[in-house]
Write a protein that binds this ligand. Structure first.
Ligand code: F6R
Length: 341
């Protein structure tokens, strides 16, 4: 049942403080599959939101461990040459996505070790892969992934911890409190802008690029607004031609190595009359001077920023879709499990 929430999706978004706690404890030193512990190279295969989780994993694992991560869309993997990594991770919340299952089977046929990360015990992927890590998000009713996506990211962050020997588990333990805090954010001004737009751009750099891809996917699937995510540096290579007062941009400008360059990018967009919704620290006057609306983000470790920004983007999509009176839990043309190629 919806437990007093207007939609299952909102209920599931609000479950995330507990979900992240369970997901980050879903795998430990003792239960980490040996194929991952020994891997010198990893291929991740997934679709949709799960692919975005895989992309976040690549941004975090490669600098932490120096292990190269090849990332493939499930639907394209069959067209690539024989896998060359030591292990294939298939990420699928439902455990039933045909393309991701096919990738796991291709790995097995080529003697590559396989690991499934899924939310569903006894799903098809758990029966195909040699090892399974369950993410313990709990049942997800809403077609659009919210808590299952965050749980995937939580599990993958914990894998980075275990493989790098950096015990950031205490950092992840703070995630639930930071998420509780952002769940209370008032997004009315940002929703005003988004709900009257036909097109939205989402931009970020580094690990925040896949976070924005996920935010844009959520917006398009439940609000039906065309939303496109770009690595911020790519806008100049074409999409800049589309910027106008009618194409709001949602940008993430969190402290870190990409901060200055993101500020510069936002100024360039502003010069085209583009309304800017920026994710930035509450007391950041530079962001406030450029942006039309600032969505405040807490001052926390970058991994926690990934999680809290994801939650804020889910809420932005949810409230925009709700304003437009969309059928949020069952968007048109979509299904929870995609069992055909
Ligand atoms: C988006 C969404 C889809 C799924 C995709 C893969 O909100 O839910 O993009 O992420 O269909 O599904 P799984 O993870 O079940 O393989």
């Amino acid at each position: 049942q919806k437990g007093g929430y207007a939609h299952f999706m909102l209920k599931e978004i609000f479950e995330q403080p507990d979900v992240i706690h369970r997901a980050t404890h879903a795998v430990s030193e003792e239960t980490l599959p040996s194929s991952l512990r020994d891997a010198k190279s990893i291929t991740v295969v997934a679709c949709g939101s799960s692919y975005h989780a895989g992309m976040i994993f690549r941004y975090l694992l490669e600098p932490a461990c120096g292990i190269p991560v090849r990332l493939e869309l499930g639907s394209e993997y069959k067209y690539t040459p024989v896998p060359f990594s030591d292990v294939i991770i298939g990420i699928s919340q439902s455990g039933e996505t045909a393309d991701t299952l096919a990738a796991i089977r291709k790995g097995i046929c080529n003697n590559v070790r396989t690991v499934a990360i899924t939310n569903v015990l006894n799903s098809s992927i758990t029966r195909s892969a040699q090892d399974t890590i369950l993410m313990h998000a709990g049942p997800e009713i809403s077609v659009a992934a919210s808590k299952s996506f965050l749980a995937q990211v939580g599990v993958l962050m914990q894998i980075v911890n275990l493989l790098s020997g950096r015990q950031c588990i205490d950092i992840l333990d703070h995630a639930r409190y930071a998420i509780e805090q952002v769940l209370l954010t008032d997004l009315t001004d940002a929703v005003d802008i988004c709900s009257s737009a036909d097109h939205l751009f989402y931009v970020g750099r580094g690990v925040f690029y896949p976070v924005m891809m996920e935010g844009a996917l959520k917006m398009k699937e439940i609000s039906y607004i065309h939303a496109e995510a770009y690595a911020a540096g790519e806008l100049k290579h074409g999409p800049f031609a589309l910027l106008s007062p009618e194409t709001p941009v949602i940008a993430i400008c969190s402290p870190g190595q990409a901060y200055e360059v993101m500020l510069g990018n936002m100024k360039e967009m502003k010069a085209r009359g583009t309304p800017i919704i920026a994710f930035g620290l509450e007391n950041d006057t530079d962001v406030r001077d450029i942006a039309d609306v600032v969505i405040p983000i807490p001052e926390v470790h970058p991994w926690i920023q990934v999680l809290t920004s994801t939650v804020l983007l889910q809420l932005l999509a949810y409230h925009t879709a709700n304003r437009l009176d969309r059928e949020i839990d069952m968007p048109r043309n979509l299904a929870k499990s995609v069992t055909v190629e």
